[in-house]
Design a protein around this ligand. Structure first.
Ligand code: NAD
Length: 500
């Protein structure tokens, strides 16, 4: 089976490693297949192939590279159903949700087609006597992208589209829990005309990630995943003199002001809070509601909407969300609920006993809601990657902002209000990289920059937008003089050259 293998030199390949790991269907809890894990010797082979192929690719014309990007976009659209099925089976999210992420992944390809515009250089004539100066960008060389389980198509496309377009050879290390979509993307890149070796996939866990972090041929690493791992990757990768961008965990707050449209706020909280079984880095985790009356009314509306949610397998008609990804993830959700109750939270909706008929072995968690959460509670302090959401109460916007800004994460934040003053203050003062005003999941479109603040991001790059092109290219600046062959030599000058 293709998905069980790495993708090296344009072909599926089990590699040289001897370790394997199970890939589960989270809706049934059954092992679907065993995945080959790569070792250092396999990575050496991949880098050898990538180095050669990348050199030619990096020297190819922009038109050629952009042609491949255009074709890849067409093929991803053509194979949306196939990709969505692979995502649903391994990640657990519903087919509609999977198609949504594929659509957002296309934006990365669309913006990558603008690569020549974003990377074109600068030129100044006569910076000194008859000297012109220009700067230009070249691909880094070999870049590695290490992906999480929660967006098996969108995140790999977001990380790799611009890397390919700018002329790099790319090594993707997908999450070992969801490798199927990456295998299919490999076939599509080949069909799109990408030369063999420019795109590789290596599967595995920490062992292969450590090999990537240390490999001298790899110049840049883009990582998306949890904060502890992202911080480690940033520190170790940069200590090996690689450029590293780590996009990490979140705890996204949604402030609801008394003047907000509370129906709109309630549906935003439930859809952005529980969609994908809350396994989104931009999921709303906490509603910070201003005023007791606002909180009580909003809570009533939220509870009514939660009551209508249907949990099922990825392909169950009408299911709103599926299982969490592993048995361990389910346990951590249940433990977080238990602890929240012990610490004084009010468990308003308890989803722990959910049974999904026909899927008794699956990792399903029903939606849970805890009210009266406070900043000393584990449920507020930690990112809980599963469907338990929190309500907090604040007396005014100042207090609400203090709560949001006290958190160590700063990925996204939203405010629901009809007040221009409140929304403007929020955007100015909130410590989050991606901000929504009456928008619950403010993921920027592919031509803007994506990335959080504080411990939600390590490094100063952004994943999409013009920053992505800068991250995957290195700049050179050339001082250029062509003296008149007939002119007389000025002789030796030992002073530091000045241009005046
Ligand atoms: P994870 O950190 O467990 O895994 C991410 C990648 O790192 C995987 O490829 C995995 O194989 C590898 N990895 C895991 N443990 C490692 C270790 N000890 N050493 C080296 N490599 C290791 O993350 P996940 O559970 O797959 O994804 C969920 C997390 O990702 C959440 O925290 C979520 O917020 C975050 N996320 C962030 C963004 C963002 O843009 N900021 C987007 C999506 C997901």
């Amino acid at each position: 089976m293709d998905g069980a293998n790495h993708f090296i030199g344009g072909a599926f390949d089990p590699g040289l490693g001897t370790r394997t790991g199970p890939v589960y269907n989270p809706a049934t809890g059954e092992v679907a297949y065993q995945l080959h894990y790569a070792d250092r010797a396999t990575l050496d082979r991949v880098c050898e192939v990538a180095c050669k192929a990348g050199r030619d690719w990096g020297n190819s014309s922009h038109a050629r590279r952009i042609g491949v990007i255009f074709k890849m976009r067409e093929l991803v659209i053509r194979d949306t159903d196939i990709l969505a099925e692979l995502v649903g089976k391994e990640n657990g999210k519903t087919l509609d949700d999977a198609k949504g992420e594929i659509g957002r992944g296309l934006e990365a390809l669309e913006f990558a087609a603008a690569e020549p515009h974003v990377t074109k250089g600068e030129f100044t004539r006569n910076v000194g006597g008859n000297i012109d100066m220009f700067s230009f960008r070249q691909p880094v060389g070999i870049v590695a992208c290490i992906a999480p389980f929660n967006f098996p198509v969108m995140v790999p496309l977001a990380m790799t589209a611009m890397a390919v377009a700018t002329g790099n050879a790319v090594i993707l290390k997908p999450s070992e829990r969801v490798p199927g979509a990456a295998a299919h993307l490999s076939k599509l890149w080949t069909e799109a005309g990408l030369p063999d070796g420019v795109w590789s996939v290596v599967n595995g866990d920490k062992e292969i990630v450590d090999a990537i972090l240390e490999h001298p041929a790899i110049g840049a690493i883009s990582f998306v995943g949890s904060t502890g791992v992202g911080e480690y990757i940033y520190q170790k990768g940069t200590s090996h003199n690689k450029r590293v961008a780590s996009y990490t965990g979140g705890k996204n707050h949604m402030i609801v002001m008394p003047d907000a449209d509370l129906d709109q706020a309630a549906s935003a909280f439930v859809s952005a809070g529980f969609g994908s079984a809350s396994q989104r880095c931009m999921a709303v985790s906490v509603a910070v509601v201003v005023g007791e009356d606002t909180a009580n009314t909003l809570r009533e509306k939220v509870v009514a909407l939660i009551g209508r949610l249907k949990v099922g397998s990825y392909d169950t008609k009408g299911a709103d969300f599926g299982p969490v990804v592993t048995a361990a993830a389910k346990k951590s959700v249940n433990d977080a609920i238990e602890r929240a109750v012990q610490e004084g939270g009010e468990l308003v909706v308890d989803g722990r006993d959910l049974k999904v008929e026909g899927f008794e072995g699956g990792y399903f968690c029903g939606p849970s809601l805890v009210d009266n959460v406070t900043m000393d509670m584990h449920l507020w302090q930690e990112e809980i990657f599963g469907p338990v959401r929190a309500f907090m109460r604040a007396k005014d916007l100042d207090e609400a902002l203090d709560i949001v800004n006290a958190h160590e994460f700063g990925n996204g934040a939203a405010i629901f209000t009809r007040s221009g003053y409140a929304s403007q203050r929020f955007a100015n003062e909130v410590e989050a990289g991606m901000i929504g005003v009456n928008v619950p999941i403010p993921i920027p479109v592919g031509y803007h920059n994506f990335g959080g603040l504080r411990r939600s991001k390590f490094g100063d790059a952004h994943m999409f937008g013009p920053d992505a092109a800068r991250f995957y290219t290195k700049m050179k600046t050339v001082s250029h003089r062509w003296p008149d062959p007939e002119s007389v030599d000025q002789g030796l000058s030992m002073s530091f050259p000045s241009n005046s």
